[in-house]
Design a protein around this ligand. Structure first.
Ligand code: FEO
Length: 396
């Protein structure tokens, strides 16, 4: 059987998930996702992070085909979240003597999910664990993505098993390593993963990157997505840029519209931004495009113009999820603008303004509220000028 090797004795034993429609049951997965796991075969055998439980048969088959009757000695838990840990019971049934390795924060949540674990080993910051020729070293990266998160560094190969960090959506389509694929295909799904999973803890992600900077890293093996061995500078550069929240020149116009009038307004706003010289103008209907895609572009671009029609005395309902996510993830370095249509007494722009106030959005232009449809020249001009003002703030 053709094994996937990172080095002579380190194997990729992860799985692809093209079945799950929603990651964490709320983020669309049009390209699937991979749950990566790695096996180090030495005097002792270590398995690094299991996979989602629904893939256990394929997973165990892959491990057994490498081990040929040997048993797993250590199961390293870099992260408790069930997309990785939910197969732990099956792994322990298969190899009951496995020692489960985690840190001081690992086991309470893990046992809350799966019940008591008898054979535990708790490791501290920088502690090492010898497997024979290979030596594992553990570094805590709290909140990337949960409080117990850590990464495991294998000293002889220079591989860092980086947990969720440096991961991305997208099943691995044959190519497992970064030099086997077209990176452009994965970049958008990596940023979407970052913006919706890691973005809330961007500062901690940056600290983790800085912490790992002291290691001699030859390969980055995350828990999702590609294994990085040839384009380390590229992926570290991208993660650093996203963690520092360095926005690119561009404007995202996103609207919620019941009968199309606020949608027409969005086009006028977008035209103003384009005429002001912005080449990257993205227009989204919040009822049609799932929020994770919009958040990904909001993370990327500096300008964000949000429009909502009134729905009773509030905003268009689908927009509330996006504004919630913005105020939860708090993307920085943005220039915001607001607009929307009134039904009989308004409410959309008022509700957006409340969100802006709560989230301390940097509003760079007066908000525009339009009665009915944008059929009066003065309304058309106000909307056009809103797009232009945000564009100029982005460029300025
Ligand atoms: Fe891939 Fe935070 O779990």
């Amino acid at each position: 059987m053709q094994q996937i090797k990172l080095t002579e004795n380190i194997y990729y034993v992860g799985v692809n998930d093209r079945r799950t429609e929603l990651f964490e049951n709320h983020i669309e997965l049009p390209n699937g996702v991979s749950y990566n796991s790695y096996l180090i075969v030495d005097e002792k055998v270590a398995l690094i992070d299991p996979v989602e439980a629904g893939f256990i048969e394929e997973y165990l088959f892959k491990i057994k085909s490498v081990l040929q009757g040997r048993k797993v000695d250590y199961l390293i838990i870099n992260h408790d979240e069930p997309d990785h840990s939910s197969s732990i019971a099956a792994v322990l049934r298969e190899w009951p003597e496995v020692q489960v390795v985690g840190n001081a924060k690992t086991f309470a949540p893990l046992e809350a999910f799966y019940g008591p674990i008898e054979n535990k080993k708790t490791v501290a910051e920088s502690e090492t664990l010898s497997l024979g020729k290979h030596t594992l070293q553990f570094f805590m990266v709290p909140m990337v993505h949960w409080p117990e998160s850590m990464v495991t560094y294998e000293q002889t190969s220079g591989i860092v098993f980086s947990n969720d960090a440096f991961g991305g959506f997208g099943a691995l389509n044959g190519g497992i390593f970064d030099d086997q694929v077209n990176l452009a295909f994965y970049e958008d799904d990596m940023r979407r993963y970052y913006a919706n999973i890691v973005g809330k803890v961007a500062m901690q992600a940056l600290k983790a990157i800085e912490k790992l900077g002291g290691l001699e890293i030859k390969m980055i093996a995350p828990s999702h997505g590609l294994v990085w061995r040839s384009n380390l500078a590229w992926v570290i550069g991208k993660y650093t840029q996203w963690s520092k929240q360095e926005s690119e020149e561009g404007v995202v116009v996103v609207y919620g519209s019941m009968h199309g009038n606020t949608g027409v307004m969005a086009d006028i706003v977008a035209r103003g931004a384009a005429e002001a010289g912005i080449k990257e103008v993205k227009v989204y209907d919040v009822a049609k495009t799932e929020v994770s895609f919009i958040m990904s572009d909001i993370w990327k671009y500096k300008g964000v113009i949000i429009g909502a029609c009134a729905h009773y005395a509030n905003m268009f309902p689908d927009m509330t999820l996006l504004t919630h996510e913005i105020n939860e993830f708090k993307p920085k370095d943005k220039c915001y603008g607001l607009f929307g249509g009134m039904s009989w007494s308004g409410g959309g722009v008022k509700a957006l303004s409340k969100c802006a106030e709560e989230g301390k959005w940097n509003l760079v232009a007066d908000s525009v509220e339009v009665k009915g449809a944008p059929i009066r020249e003065e309304d058309w001009d106000r909307l056009y000028n809103l797009g232009k003002a945000v564009a100029e703030a982005v460029k300025g």
